[in-house]
Design a protein. Sequence first.
Length: 118
Amino acid sequence: VQLQAFGGGLVQAGGSLRLSCAGSGSISSIYYISWYRQAPGRQRDLVATISGGGTTTYADSVKGRFTISRDNAKITVYLQMNSLTPADTAVYYCNVDALLSGRRQIFWGQGTEVTVSS
């Protein structure tokens, strides 16, 4: 499975961006699709998750501002980010937890950079 994340860029504080992550490959079942982010010098943190059944969870820091969604027909997940602040500046990665070839596996996208200016 290959994941391609895109949609990052430079935006002013208070602005919005929509990230997308498109996957290719044959997956039997998706358990979770998630967005993580890693700011310079910091660890990679979980931002949002959507389960195969559509249940969503968010980090406290993005609740009410970010929305994760997916296209059930494809391995595609979106992250709508509103009211962005400089603290949201990071490289954003998508992550798929899925059943492939009879084994549960985790796949990572290559990351897309988001920069929020004050």
